[in-house]
Ligand binder design. Structure first.
Ligand SMILES: [Zn+2]
Length: 173
């Protein structure tokens, strides 16, 4: 278990105007922009429920697919075995609804990852109730699930502040 770590992103994306004057904890245990890699393309499963729109999920996955970060398939209505299974399922990126006790104020969503050394084992993305269809949000969280951390470059998809995030992606120097 020693090299099996879960990284918690208490990160994200703060609503415009919501973040002024308050402190936020941003933690990473990662020093390079892309620290983790999937050995095999992950399966993406939606355990959030039908309120997460299939079109939003598919266009978010297409964004990463076009950049070369592939997934094996997308399952919009997974079986109970998957959704009632472990919090992190090997080989999967899972969308889930966050419990009230999991979310600090101002956090729209966050991603947890399990990895063995630099290899991704599994990842789960938690959305605050009703944030799941917000523009760019699934794209941003999938970026974490594909192994990226934040950058403070404005308009970059991995910017941690929702109001400064954009649809652009490149690996910074
Ligand atoms: Zn983030």
């Amino acid at each position: 278990m020693k090299n099996l770590n879960i990284i918690f992103y208490m990160i994200l994306v703060f609503v415009v105007g919501f973040s002024i004057g308050t402190g936020f904890i941003i933690t990473y245990e990662q020093s390079t922009f892309k620290g983790f890699w999937w050995k095999e393309d992950p399966i993406v499963a939606n355990c959030y429920g039908s309120e997460l729109l299939i079109g939003r999920a598919r266009s978010s996955l297409r964004f990463w697919d076009d950049l070369g970060y592939k997934h094996k398939k997308y399952v919009h209505k997974p079986t109970i075995e998957i959704c009632d299974g472990p919090k992190i399922l090997e080989g999967y990126i899972i969308f889930r609804k966050a419990g009230d006790d999991q979310l600090k104020a101002n956090i729209l969503a966050f991603t947890t990852r399990r990895h063995a050394s630099t290899q991704m084992v599994g990842s789960t993305i938690y959305f605050r109730n009703d944030t799941q269809n917000m523009d760019l949000l699934i794209e941003h969280e999938l970026g974490h699930a594909f192994g990226f951390i934040h950058t403070d470059i404005p308009e970059h998809i991995m910017h941690p502040m929702y109001d400064q995030m954009g649809i652009k992606f490149w690996i910074p120097d």
